[in-house]
Design a protein around this ligand. Structure first.
Ligand code: MLT
Length: 240
């Protein structure tokens, strides 16, 4: 398998993703939230590129069975039903509902990649399901949501975790296409640091701890907690 890893959507051009299999990663926290929401029975999640676009969409759909969910600076935006903490996405809140989600980096990265042939959302929470979906493919592109156009440790490490698990499952070495995949693979092969330690030492993780979201970290570090693979169909992320 030939793998490309973009550490930020800033390096993703239309032709980098069009027609390819793409996995978007935002471990802290949009990907983890989406996986949790679908596992809790949400009908689907519409990722939005902005709060305005999300609000317009919810006005169009009506608010009976649709939730407006958005985060800015990590916190729930006033007037929204939920923020971006996976712990908010309980069955009681989201089962049988459609979610429109606007986050600072993650949901925008998903929108940016929507010309992919297949767009999956990956996290530690659904690592095994992502690995199964990639088995047998010739090529995959990982897009890390990153942090305001820059690198984020947890997304790069999760890309590496997925690639290394693919190596273990298939017994074949992944062929890195470019420097990003090479670095991610090295991170993934290093088992001296657990996902939770890694999230706790990442700058985004430290900010979440300061902002009162420390309990989100063990949730987002829960490897294989859900057998859910979010896939984009007609602008909606649904269970594959
Ligand atoms: C993002 O999209 O930037 C993140 O998911 C932010 C967050 O942790 O809420």
């Amino acid at each position: 398998l030939r793998a490309t890893v973009h550490f930020s959507p800033a390096t993703v051009r239309e032709e980098s993703v069009r027609g390819r299999t793409v996995v978007v990663l935002d471990v802290l926290r949009a990907s983890s939230t989406i996986v949790t929401a679908l596992a809790a029975g949400a009908l689907g999640v519409i990722p939005s590129e902005s709060l305005e676009a999300a609000t317009e969409m919810v006005v169009k759909l009506g608010r009976d069975d649709t939730l407006l969910c958005a985060e800015r600076d990590g916190r729930r935006v006033d007037g929204c039903d939920l923020g971006n903490s996976p712990r908010e996405y309980t069955a009681e809140e989201v089962a049988d509902r459609l979610i429109v989600l606007a986050t600072t980096n993650g949901s925008r990265a998903m929108v940016r990649c929507r010309s992919a042939a297949r767009l999956y959302v990956g996290a530690y929470l659904n690592a095994g399901t992502v690995v199964s979906a990639l088995e047998g493919l010739d090529e995959v592109v990982f897009v890390c949501a990153g942090n305001d156009g820059g690198f984020s440790l947890e997304d790069a490490a999760c890309a590496g975790h997925l690639l290394h698990r693919l190596e273990e499952v298939t017994g074949e070495e992944v062929e890195p296409s470019g420097d990003g995949a090479w670095v991610a693979l090295r991170l993934g092969r290093d088992d001296s640091i657990t996902p939770l330690d890694l999230l706790q030492r990442s700058s985004h993780g430290r900010r979440l701890i300061t902002d009162g979201f420390a309990e989100d970290l063990p949730v987002c570090a829960g490897v294989d907690l859900h057998r859910v693979l979010p896939v984009l169909r007609d602008h909606v992320l649904v269970r594959s």
